[in-house]
Ligand binder design. Structure first.
Ligand SMILES: [Zn+2]
Ligand SMILES: [Zn+2]
Length: 348
């Protein structure tokens, strides 16, 4: 049986923390569940999932649909498209069975790239990996790039003509989007059955818009919709992310102002550091523009946003007299208030 390999290449940068990542996790599970009930897909589809932030990671190696178990999707810091794509090509080289005189090889693999941010790696790295994709894989694989936020569509357009924008308008959007992905895999596996191309996307529903690449402005948009800050629990030493979303408002003088409102604090595991860029981020955000502070999601301490001036990092505090920074071990006393300060934000 010739295989139709499906690769999910998922951007797991921090702006995905919270609902988006939950939706992707659920989406993966529903894709697999539905495909297993489809006889054509069951016969031919193999699946792999790769995530990338600052670093890439194969969270599910290529395997038959029947033995595929939806993986946990971690998050990390940064959006290194070059390392994500580089890792994808490494997996493709390793897994792809070529057609030879003796054997019929794989159908063209289909890659679904989900990304929600502008690459944080150097333009030279992105160019190099894009060139490699064009040279070795553009004709051998089918790539569908789905933009889920402020992406650089010029770069995506270099990789493929299939660049789609996901309109997240409400509760149902993710469900309907993943239904489209499922349907596209089904139509492709049916096309395999009919000895056709093995690549046939389902009809777009209203959660997806095809991006007209000829009309793209050459300036990438900077993703400033979210601010995320990495923190550690003083009690459990576990890391967590504090996420804020931008909002614009009119102040009492009628001036337009911008602030970031708290979305929530979310536990992450040590994989966060494996997936993150090693270079420290220089971007600063002043707490003055942050609206709302979370409790600690790990231990329930009421204040999850204490700033340690020694290492410049954030941790939770409780009613203890002396707090110990879980990042650097510095001992300090905290009192209420304390004014505004600059803290490092992560790369998003
Ligand atoms: Zn805590
Ligand atoms: Zn510290």
């Amino acid at each position: 049986m010739r295989r139709l390999s499906i690769y999910f290449l998922i951007d797991v940068s921090e702006s995905m923390i919270g609902d988006p990542i939950e939706n992707v996790r659920n989406g993966m599970a529903s894709i697999i569940k539905e495909l297993r009930a489809d006889p054509y897909a069951l016969e031919t589809v193999w699946v792999s999932a790769i995530v990338f932030a600052g670093q890439p990671l194969t969270v599910a190696p290529l395997q038959e649909l029947i033995s595929f178990y939806p993986p946990t999707i971690p998050v990390g810091s940064g959006t290194s498209l070059s390392s994500g794509l580089g890792h994808l090509m490494f997996e493709l080289r390793k897994n792809f069975i070529k057609t030879t005189r003796e054997q019929k090889g794989d159908w063209k693999p289909i890659v679904f790239l989900f990304t929600d941010g502008v690459p944080t790696d150097s333009p030279a790295d992105v160019r190099a990996v894009t060139a490699e994709w064009k040279r070795n894989w553009q004709k051998t694989a089918n790539l569908v790039a789905v933009s889920m936020g402020a992406t650089d569509n010029r770069i995506l357009g270099e990789l493929t003509e299939n660049v789609l924008y996901f309109n997240n308008t409400g509760q149902d959007s993710y469900k309907r989007f993943f239904k489209w992905v499922t349907d596209s895999i089904k139509t492709s596996s049916l096309s395999v059955e009919n000895n056709s191309t093995g690549f046939e996307l389902a009809k777009l529903n209203d959660t997806l818009t095809k991006i007209d690449l000829s009309k793209q402005d050459s300036k990438p948009v900077v993703d400033d919709n979210f601010v995320t800050i990495i923190a550690k629990c003083q009690n459990t030493k576990q890391p967590y992310l504090i996420k804020y979303r931008k909002f614009v408002f009119e102040d009492e003088h009628g001036d337009i102002k911008m602030k970031y409102r708290l979305v929530g604090a979310f536990k992450v595991d040590q994989t966060y550091f494996d997936l993150s860029d090693e270079t420290a981020c220089e971007m600063k955000v002043n707490t003055e523009i942050l609206d709302g502070f979370p409790a600690c999601p790990c231990c329930g301490n009421q204040y999850g946003f204490a700033y340690d001036g020694t290492c410049g990092k954030v941790h939770c505090i409780g009613s203890e007299k002396i707090s110990v920074c879980p990042w650097c071990g510095n001992k300090a006393q905290y009192s209420a208030g304390g004014g505004d300060f600059d803290i490092s934000r992560t790369r998003g």
